[in-house]
Design a protein around this ligand. Structure first.
Ligand code: GLU
Length: 432
């Protein structure tokens, strides 16, 4: 199967995975019908006044996949490849992952098709505010709560939260998570996705009786989640042999320290007060540059996928030599590639469990905003660790008991919870 065909339609691919789960755990009737398509998919045109006075109108989306367990929840990405199919799929994955870790949320996702690195800081702020104005009618703490995703960060969430407050004529901090702490953001949120992924890796490693010191990691990606994961994994004793970003990759057999790499990579960004960092990890001294694609086929113990979807597909899966995969990005392995890895006995710690740290701490932010409390970072990290331990153990035990992959076990855990709630809601809702 060609790479093109393998991931021509992300949503079809995601739905084929869903059908398999429905069959395996006997989901019938209402839940099966409801979960095959999103509740609401909104396409908007976001007008942005450019610094030179001209107007650009950018296509954007917000999709609420399901709201059975609670309001829709999920990030907003700014990327040139964003499209409705992608946003819909990502919103479905949000619904599954919130259910896997037992959060009172449905799934949502948003995006704008734009290369944000081409915008000035003020243009970016106008875009962020314009996007919120476009989707404000379907947002709110009990309806749909956006957060950061690819190329969006606390600064952008701060602008969005401020815009929403203006529209609501009052303070509604729980309408958006991932805000800067000064605007009601939670401590620990920035590092949460990476921290959560490390907990999942640690739990798996200890089940396998494998010590961090004897485990090598090759990490695709060096964005927010990847960097914090790498930093914490390095502290924990794992040996990081390679990292990459959109511009290149570096390798060191002795192991890389993520902090000086980040320090060098972001030097220009700090100097020029830029929202995005334009330099590559390749700027790092004492590391050997390698081809980006070669990172995927390194012989590391764990290949950590922390960039974008569809990185491991039918055409390159057989070249993967890592002993296990950890998915920090959403959907980095296509379902065809996944089947192949399962046949080969290569375990995959799946996105819907491994990258839930971010949305878990978003949930803590929402709870703090609604109650007016401020929790300490220690308290938040402790709660995150406990929840992930509890839910991951359920997934690991189920995988063992039913002799299935971790992904299948996680999906079964999440879908069972959603399907049960759909059945219990009754049969005669207004929306039917
Ligand atoms: N964008 C992140 C994700 O894909 C976080 C979502 C959130 O915090 O709501 O999980």
């Amino acid at each position: 199967m060609s790479r093109q065909k393998d991931h021509a339609n992300l949503f079809d691919d995601a739905r084929s995975r869903l059908r398999e789960v429905f069959d395996a755990i006997n989901v019938h009737g209402d839940a099966r019908e409801r979960l095959m398509q999103p509740n609401l998919a909104m396409q908007v045109s976001v007008p942005v006044r450019m610094d030179d006075g001209s107007l650009r109108v950018l296509p954007g989306w917000r999709v609420q996949y399901d709201n059975t367990l609670g309001p829709a929840k999920g990030g907003i990405r700014f990327h040139p490849d964003v499209n409705q199919d992608e946003v819909t799929t990502l919103s479905l994955w949000m619904a599954v992952k919130c259910a896997v870790v037992d959060l009172p949320y449905g799934g949502g996702k948003g995006g704008v098709k734009v290369d944000p690195k081409q915008l000035s800081k003020l243009e970016l702020e106008r875009l962020a505010r314009g996007y919120v104005r476009a989707i404000a009618d379907i947002m709110g703490p009990d309806r749909d709560i956006p957060a950061p995703d690819v190329n969006t960060n606390p600064t952008i969430m701060g602008w969005m939260a401020d815009e929403f407050d203006h529209l609501a004529r009052g303070k509604v901090p729980a309408a958006i998570t991932g805000k800067p702490p000064a605007l009601g953001g939670s401590l620990g949120r920035v590092a949460a996705t990476g921290r959560g992924a490390l907990h999942v890796l640690d739990m798996w490693a200890s089940r396998e009786q494998r010590r961090p010191e004897e485990t090598t990691l090759a990490i695709q990606g060096f964005g927010n989640a990847a960097y914090h994961f790498a930093r914490l994994a390095h502290e924990r004793g794992y040996r990081i042999v390679a990292v990459s970003d959109s511009k290149g990759a570096i390798y060191s057999r002795e192991g890389l320290d993520p902090d000086p790499i980040m320090e060098q990579k972001t030097q220009n960004q700090r100097l020029h007060d830029m929202v995005y960092c334009d330099d590559s990890v390749c700027i790092a001294e004492d590391a050997e540059p390698i081809e980006r694609d070669d990172l995927l086929t390194l012989k590391a113990d764990v290949l950590v996928l922390a960039a974008l979807e569809n990185q491991v597909h039918a055409d390159n899966v057989d070249q993967i030599k890592a002993g296990a995969l950890l998915e920090i990005a959403n959907g980095p392995v296509t379902s065809r590639a996944d089947e192949r890895l399962e046949e080969r006995g290569v375990p995959v710690l799946p996105d819907v469990l491994a990258n839930t740290g971010g949305v878990i701490v978003s949930y803590y932010e929402w709870v703090q905003n609604r109650s007016g409390e401020r929790w300490s970072e220690e308290d938040i990290n402790q709660r995150l660790a406990e929840r992930l331990k509890r839910e991951s153990e359920l997934v690991f035990e189920r995988a063992e008991r039913e002799e299935i992959s971790y992904r299948k076990a996680a999906y079964r855990q999440g879908i069972e919870r959603i399907a049960d709630a759909i059945q219990r809601r009754g049969n005669c809702q207004d929306s039917d």
